[in-house]
Design a protein around this ligand. Structure first.
Ligand SMILES: Cc1cc2nc3c(=O)[nH]c(=O)nc-3n(C[C@H](O)[C@H](O)[C@H](O)COP(=O)(O)OP(=O)(O)OC[C@H]3O[C@@H](n4cnc5c(N)ncnc54)[C@H](O)[C@@H]3O)c2cc1C
Length: 443
């Protein structure tokens, strides 16, 4: 059995960050990852003859944690394309205009929907310190939109826009999550949307993940799917599916909420944590890359909220092909390998394109993710978040699912990883088993 001061389970951005912080503070740190790669729900992979982000992608300077990490490692942000054309389908009718005209159409309804974001979240970064939130945390986003009594075309477009943002259905999605997103973007929905889909990491998410890993002295072990965790007054004992055991004094469980109950934890985590994990997250949709024939115009397109792919964006325009990034609310409706199915889905919202190939990863079927970006169901904030953030003995959760600020984003994962590392270090005190490593001297 191998022993260390701390074990971090999960090498996504939360786990990588926590492992770097603790190992750089002199604590011996074991980082266990089930997959054969790091970076979790981000995955830069070579597909369709280029490097494509199959998971998390976009970052923004309003996201302080990821932005600081990029600055720390000298990694720049790359602006995305400017769109010239917009298409949207409402009530079976196709409309076409400029990207600005689409934004104008979305502007009024979003302002109405999100007008109270700073009223409910005057302290956006302390979601639990906003007392009025309890009044509305049971309200679904679907109900909140219907209450606006918008003209039908605006209502449908707004629903499709938020189906995209939730990567899931609106009928159980928390209205508070939409308000939170807007609040952390200073109450400005256009800034919020820009933060979601405008700037990418130069070199991709893998580059940032590797920079954090290289900066860490944690011992990384890949292909270590953790099956059980036992804690007692002395230590925490981790056993992998293959039967290998690791022991430590502190444990950070940096896993997606939706997979938490797959691990046999003794004594069991609190009923609140297990109930939240059983419910999981509302982000259970699809992200699909589609290569189509010809050099297409830079367009964005919204379909109906119920479409298998309800949003399409021309991301890479090459000499004789165009690569589109597409999203849909139900992973079960999109086969990320099926070219013919992708053709049918695209025909429904952007007719006239010829699909050549497709690529993607089914994150909902992935047993180590079971969700895409963490978007909450109703009641998550008031019923579960505080409990999920509470340590139990030697165990603390970390991850984007449990973040205070940009929960659902890479930023939230880093924020939560830092927080978990601080708690673990404080519990460990100065009793690190290895001497503190002095930073390399300068000059
Ligand atoms: C399709 C998609 C698009 C997204 N778009 C964006 C975006 O544009 N911008 C943005 O900021 N965010 C985006 N996100 C969200 C972002 O990627 C995540 O919020 C963030 O990466 C989560 O990091 P994490 O460390 O909390 O969890 P994860 O990245 O999920 O890391 C958890 C790790 O735990 C491992 N693990 C699971 N079970 C076990 C086990 N039993 N034993 C050992 N290890 C285990 C997993 O393999 C994984 O590596 C997107 C996500 C997806 C899926």
């Amino acid at each position: 059995m191998e022993t260390s001061d701390v074990i971090v389970i999960g090498a996504g951005f939360a786990g990588l960050t926590a492992a770097r912080e603790l190992s750089r503070s002199g604590y011996t740190t074991m980082l266990l990852e089930a997959k054969d790669r790091i970076a979790g729900r981000t995955h830069l992979a070579e597909r369709l003859s280029r490097n494509l982000e199959l998971g998390g992608t976009w970052v923004h300077w309003t996201q302080p944690y990821v932005w600081a990490e990029m600055g720390r490692y000298g990694i720049k942000a790359l602006p995305g394309p400017e769109f010239t054309k917009a298409l949207w389908t409402v009530d079976g009718q196709r409309h076409e205009g400029t990207a600005e005209s689409l934004m104008e159409l979305l502007d009024g309804p979003n302002r109405l929907l999100l007008a109270d974001s700073r009223r409910y979240f005057p302290m956006p970064w302390s979601p639990l310190d906003n007392p009025d939130v309890a009044d509305i945390d049971g309200l679904t986003l679907s109900e909140a939109i219907e209450r606006l009594e918008l003209p039908d075309d605006q209502r449908r477009l707004l629903r499709s826009f938020w189906t995209l943002n939730f990567n899931g259905r609106l009928d159980q999605a928390a209205y508070t999550q939409a308000l939170r997103w807007c609040a952390v973007a200073s109450g400005d929905w256009q800034l919020m949307f820009e933060a979601c889909a405008s700037f990418k990491i130069d070199g991709g998410t893998r580059r940032l993940a590797e920079a954090i890993l290289v900066d860490s002295t944690a011992e990384l072990r890949l292909n270590q799917r953790v099956a059980s965790i036992d804690q007692d007054g002395q230590q925490v004992l981790v056993t992998t599916e293959a039967g290998k055991q690791y022991a430590a004094r502190q444990l950070i469980l940096a896993l997606p909420l939706s997979v938490l109950n797959d691990i046999d934890i003794q004594p069991a985590l609190s009923p609140g944590k297990r109930e939240a994990a059983a419910r999981g997250q509302a982000g259970r949709g699809a992200k699909l890359w589609v290569k189509v024939d010809g050099r297409q115009e830079r367009f964005v397109a919204f379909g109906p909220e119920s479409a298998a792919l309800n949003f399409v964006q021309a991301e890479y325009i090459d000499h004789d092909t165009t690569t589109l990034v597409c999203f849909g609310p139900d992973a079960g409706a999109v086969d990320v390998q099926d070219v013919a199915a992708a053709q049918a889905h695209l025909d429904a919202i952007v007719p006239g394109l010829t699909v050549l190939d497709v690529a993607g990863h089914d994150w909902v079927a992935d047993e180590h993710a079971r969700s895409t970006w963490p978007m909450h169901y109703t009641g998550y904030l008031t019923r579960y978040l505080a409990e999920l953030q509470r340590s139990e003995g030697r165990i603390r959760l970390a991850g984007s699912d449990f973040a205070n600020g940009w929960g659902g984003f890479i930023d939230g994962a880093i924020e939560s990883g830092l927080d978990a590392a601080r708690h673990a270090a404080s519990a460990l005190g100065n009793g690190a088993t290895s001497p503190l490593q002095a930073p390399a001297s300068v000059g």
